[in-house]
Write a protein of this length. Structure first.
Length: 83
């Protein structure tokens, strides 16, 4: 294995790690905020808990798609060298 190939693989590994690390910050903050506000709403109006829970789960699923997208991109970066 020559130096250029090793350097390219190392850069791809670092880029994949950064992509996943930075790409997971947004979904984590978004889901934490959504769950916190939903629980606050459930505490204030217990009769609306079912509606709030349903909307919270749908919102968390939509928010998580950006994290899954960054995982997909990091896999593409990581395994692009072997192609």
């Amino acid at each position: 294995m020559e130096f250029n190939e090793f350097f390219l693989k190392a850069c791809c590994a670092i880029a994949a790690g950064l992509c996943m690390g930075i790409g997971s910050i947004g979904p984590a903050l978004g889901e934490g905020n959504a769950v916190g506000k939903a629980l606050e709403g459930m505490a204030r109006q217990p009769e609306a808990a079912n509606d709030l829970r349903t909307n919270m789960i749908i919102g968390c699923a939509v928010t998580e798609t950006t994290g899954i997208y960054s995982l997909l991109i990091s896999f593409l970066i990581l395994f692009a060298v072997n192609a």
